[in-house]
Design a protein around this ligand. Structure first.
Ligand SMILES: [Zn+2]
Ligand SMILES: [Zn+2]
Ligand SMILES: [Zn+2]
Length: 230
């Protein structure tokens, strides 16, 4: 089937289905006629770069993170002008794969959203900057290991707001106990090796994965101290 020309300009190929026009239009005309007030909220072309920037500043509705260490599920929801929400949900494997999963919604009611998060009992209110740091480190880990960043992350990351000025310092992986202390290079290399092995074997996130546990010098000292007392 041949692509028809854009029904607005009739010059370029109409590659985008526009709900408003009820026909195919080109990306350039889409950019001109696109209007947040008139286009349906679920139009995939609605959010241009500048609109996404603006959306990253919409008021926060909830910032949630699961409490158990190691694998963190983070949810950031913002309230839109129409009272509905946009949210991004990210899964970060802090101890191995880094950022490994992402999903989101552009237009969901508060009721639906609340129902969704209620299904995960480990969520607790979290600090946005702390979440951003964990996510940014998750990206760095995935990139360092050569793992694929989930496609949906590119689509929904604007909901988090600016990530560029979030600083990630120190060792690639952090202490499994306190989450703050650095781990020595040879340990980091060891974690990378095990992770790539587990990824290749397809056992990450299953009960067959290799269990690791490394702590920073400070936490190690405290553990020994406790033993001494006992
Ligand atoms: Zn056109
Ligand atoms: Zn549209
Ligand atoms: Zn520590």
């Amino acid at each position: 089937m041949k692509t028809k020309n854009c029904v607005i300009c009739n010059i370029r190929k109409g590659k985008r289905f526009c709900v408003k026009e009820d026909n195919f239009i080109c990306s350039k005309c889409c950019g001109i006629v696109r209007d947040p007030q008139l286009c349906p909220n679920d139009c995939p072309y609605l959010f241009s770069v500048t609109e996404k920037k603006k959306a990253g500043e919409w008021p926060l509705y909830r910032v949630l993170m699961t409490t158990p260490k190691g694998s963190r599920s983070i949810v950031v929801a913002r309230e839109k002008e129409n009272g509905k929400l946009q949210f991004i949900s990210v899964l970060v494997d802090e101890w191995k794969m880094g950022l490994k999963d992402c999903l989101g919604e552009h237009d969901i009611s508060k009721k639906e959203f609340d129902k969704l998060v209620a299904m995960q009992p480990d969520y607790a209110d979290a600090n946005l900057n702390e979440c951003k740091e964990i996510i940014k480190r998750g990206i760095l880990i995935a990139e360092t290991l050569g793992l694929r960043i989930p496609r949906d992350f590119r689509e929904f990351k604007y909901i988090l707001g600016d990530l560029d000025n979030v600083e990630v310092t120190g060792s690639l992986y952090k202490c499994f106990e306190c989450g703050k202390g650095d781990l020595p290079d040879d340990i980091v290399e060891q974690i990378k090796e095990v992770t790539l092995h587990d990824v290749a074997a397809g056992v990450c996130g299953t009960e067959d994965e290799t269990m690791l546990y490394f702590v920073c010098d400070k936490c190690k000292g405290e553990e020994e101290g406790e033993e001494g007392v006992a």
